[in-house]
Design a protein around this ligand. Structure first.
Ligand SMILES: *Cc1c(COP(=O)(O)O)cnc(C)c1O
Length: 388
């Protein structure tokens, strides 16, 4: 098993090279350039208890190991753990806590994360959650049993941004673990470990894999032996690991992460500018627009702003539905971060759970775009004809 010590990524172009090469070695047995799919559940021992570092594929698998090393290196991390989904990775993080522990979480989160907190972990593990705007002075919410701060930046779906360095500083002072869901930004646009965050969480289903054909998740940590041991124990004991085939597909997706993110960033700003010029699109939100509320923080900690845009459609719900159905390139679908452009209504689709619980501020007429890597003129033309 390979352990590496990686220094922080110093220039953005490094990501071009790392996307292709990070964690990947030619196969020592055959010289195969691409990582083989090690479809095996178990491994021969030379004699009982003596093996080559692999015992059983829930515990270790060579294909998964390459994926984990790749994501770790891209995130400027030391160690990564791959999971069968983004929420499985998040569940593993919450398994670090004990009943009665308290988590402070950003008040805008992926709907499934909120559901995991509210329906499962607060009930099955008696973990307490407080949702706050992390951009306010939230120190008064820190209690004796507070153990963790849960961040998403940019958030899903409101694209709120919070200052990672500031949160890490507050957490260190109070001995709290910080977790950042980096799904929207990807390591190409933002690397939270470099800002002092303890655990990075990904839904690799989204930009990391990028081709809308795998469900997966990952956790990344810096050099921290205690945390590494605990997370390895949780991953092995609870067993929500990805299949070798899914690891292979995700590794294949990562090869083009940098080149895809460049195009998402380019298309994102162009489509956001077009929407801002259109009278049917109100309150267009994109971290790269000059009117974004936390634009200064975004500029400080991000290299680009990705392909996620939201706006409020100026019309009723049936007009919104009609607008979406008229689109020819954008597909009406949940999920995001794939090469193809998607559009959805968070209040009816991804965040219906939050909307039904009348929790939080997901507006009914909010429209969320995941801008893909198609030609930006084609995308703008498509939106323009659908608005008519
Ligand atoms: C999709 C998503 C998740 C959940 O990941 P799955 O792979 O669907 O389990 C978590 N966080 C964010 C920001 C997401 O977009």
């Amino acid at each position: 098993m390979v352990k590496r010590k990686k220094s922080y990524i110093k220039k953005i172009n490094q990501l071009d090279t790392l996307s292709v090469h990070a964690g990947v070695k030619t196969d020592p047995l055959t010289g195969a350039v691409m990582t083989p799919i090690y479809a095996t559940s178990t491994y021969a021992h030379d004699r009982p208890g003596e093996h080559k570092g692999y015992e059983y594929s829930r515990s270790q698998n060579p294909t998964r190991e390459v994926l984990e090393n790749s994501i770790a290196e891209l995130e400027s991390g030391y160690k990564a753990f791959a999971f069968a989904s983004g929420v499985a990775a998040q569940t593993a993080v919450l398994d670090l806590l004990k009943p009665g522990d308290h988590v402070i979480a950003f008040d805008d989160l992926y709907g499934g994360t909120f559901r995991l907190f509210n329906e499962i972990k607060s009930k099955s593990s008696n973990i307490e959650f407080t949702f706050v705007d992390l951009n306010t002075n939230f120190s008064k919410e820190i209690k004796k049993n507070t153990k963790m701060i849960w961040i998403e930046t940019p958030t899903n779906p409101l694209l709120k941004i919070t200052d990672l360095k500031r949160i890490a500083r507050i957490a260190r002072k109070n001995k709290l673990i910080t977790v950042c869901d980096n799904t929207f930004a990807t390591p190409y646009n933002q690397r939270p470990l470099e800002h002092g965050i303890d655990i990075v969480n990904h839904s690799t289903t989204k930009y990391i894999n990028g081709h809308s054909d795998v469900i997966g998740g990952a956790l990344v940590i810096g050099k921290n032996k205690k945390l590494e041991k605990k997370l390895a124990l949780i991953q092995n004991s609870t067993g929500a690991v990805p299949s070798p085939f899914d690891c292979f597909l995700t590794l294949r997706g990562i090869k083009t992460l940098a080149i895809r993110m460049k195009k998402h960033n380019e298309n994102g700003i162009k489509v956001a500018r077009f929407l801002r010029s259109h009278k049917k699109a109100l309150n267009v939100t994109y971290p790269g627009l000059p009117n974004h509320k936390q634009k200064d923080i975004a500029l400080k900690q991000m290299n680009g702003f990705g392909g996620m845009i939201t706006f409020i459609y100026d019309g009723n719900m049936s007009e919104i539905s009609k607008f979406m159905r008229k689109l020819r390139i954008f597909t009406i679908a949940e999920s995001l971060g794939g090469v193809e452009s998607l559009i959805e209504s968070p209040s009816l689709m991804t965040h219906a759970y939050l909307h039904d619980k009348s929790f939080n501020q997901v507006p009914k007429k909010l429209v969320r775009l995941s801008v893909g890597i198609e030609d930006s003129d084609d995308l703008i033309e498509d939106l323009n004809q659908a608005f008519k």
